[in-house]
Design a protein around this ligand. Structure first.
Ligand code: ZN
Length: 75
């Protein structure tokens, strides 16, 4: 099967224009409610959400579910 037309190979690659490096990262949404975070209460949108997340974290980390000791915790 003859290839019709010359193949354009080895062209100079245009490697983009000036990259915008070192810019400000995009604001992350509040992990609790998804609203844009407030700079005063990063990464949350409000002290309320910060408190909500803190409570979740504490209840997930420090509340012992039934057992006193976990044998899997030993190394
Ligand atoms: Zn929030």
């Amino acid at each position: 099967m003859p290839v019709d037309g010359p193949k354009d190979a080895g062209g100079p690659e245009d490697a983009g224009g000036p990259k915008d490096a070192g810019g400000k990262p995009p604001p992350k949404p509040c992990p609790v409610c998804g609203k844009p975070a407030n700079p005063a209460t990063l990464p949350f949108c409000s002290p309320r959400c910060r408190d909500v997340d803190l409570n979740r974290w504490l209840s997930g980390k420090y509340v012992i579910p039934g057992r006193d000791t976990d044998p899997e915790d030993a190394e």
